[in-house]
Design a protein around this ligand. Sequence first.
Ligand code: HAX
Length: 436
Amino acid sequence: MATLQEVLQEQIPKYRDGIKKLLREHGDKVISQVTVAQAYGGMRGVKGMICDTSVVGPDTGLIVRGRPLLEIKELWPEEIFFLLLTGELPDADAKAALQQEFDRRSQVPEYVWDLLRAMPPDSHPMCMLDTAILVMERESIFREWYHKGMKKEDYWVPTLDDALNILARLPVIAAGIYRMRYKGSSLIHWTHGLDFGANFANMLGLPDPTGSFAKLMRLYLNFHADHEGGNVSANTCHTVGSSLSDAYYSISAGLNGLAGPLHGLANQECLGWILETIEKFDGVPSEEQLREYAFKTLNSGQVIPGYGHAVLRVTDPRFTGFHDFGVDHLPNDPVFKTVERVFKVVPKVLEEFSAERVKAGKNPIANVWPNVDAGSGALLYHYGMTEFPYYTVVFSVSRAMGMLAQLILNRGLGTAITRPKSVSTEWIKKTVKDMK
Ligand code: HAX
């Protein structure tokens, strides 16, 4: 089979022509309308952008290029990246070629380590990661080619180069942040010939006598890679990239969005909440104790992290996949057992709380089921990664794959600069006045 570059070389012109034809023939058809509530409500449900790497169905969860997530959970991160970009699975040769690309590009420049070491000791690991990506922007091949002059049809070529450089260095930088922040400053190097997930696990330096932590890392990097285009991280990356800012600017921006507690940081918040309950009740809490604690959290005006979703209306298959891993590898771990018990209790609590909200004239909670962040932290914790401010960094190493795949395809299509129309409250008031 051809390499990733060769497959894209063949696919992208056809993809571009197909979209041009679609626009010529159907460009004026209406696919979405916007209500006042949506304009004030984060544009929830408004169909106004395209993402061809994956879709999230409210009742199905993540589907990557037509394949439901739980059917492809055994794929390694390299294969997922290939799949996101091309819609095809690499054969053994193409996979090995991609692994060699990562090997070749994995050297992190010394100035990145100098910068990270110079950052204040209370910098959040996400801030360290995003800063490290941004400082490497000077190496952007896209920027260099753009300033030399390049055809629009070629934009995707240096973007792919930038993407491979960023991806190869990301696990090294992320693991380096972990080592310098939490384990003294000894860094562990990338091992040539070892796969992406196992390499990341190895560079973190946590004990892994059975290889099951490396297995978890492959699963984790697979599950978090992409979640269609409208979520904060992907949407931000897309918007920044649409002005032809290069991949370093775009990915760093997207990951800054992932660092918010309503998005990727929820996994840090979630494990914190689980551990609080264990501490408060001196061991794995009973269902009744969890119920009481969940209501206390809600009544104090806070969200229950790891539950709810802007699109999903069922249990997130990523939660199910992580749960299955826990059942297989750590069924008696007290933190994992608490996660399982929370899953039994919290949806019911949220349903009751939602009904109370509605009686009080507030919005219902649209989805009471767990999302990806509800259980993943317990697995990391079991393997000795107890520093939960770090968890979103692991998420980021993975999410960069989806954002970069989307960016490359958008460069291939020549997607327009993002510029929705904003309106003022004054305009809304005037406009709705005469409407029924
Ligand atoms: N606990 C308490 N209240 C919740 C809730 C939860 N888990 N989930 C939703 N609600 C509340 C919302 O805060 C909102 O309240 P207000 O109207 O008073 O603002 C109301 O229910 C309606 O919200 P919604 O329509 O159900 O959900 P949104 O699309 O607005 O928000 C969120 C989706 C994921 C942000 C939300 O469910 C939430 O805050 N969950 C907890 C944080 C979390 O787990 N985030 C991670 C999501 C997955 C992800 O992106 N990972 O990276």
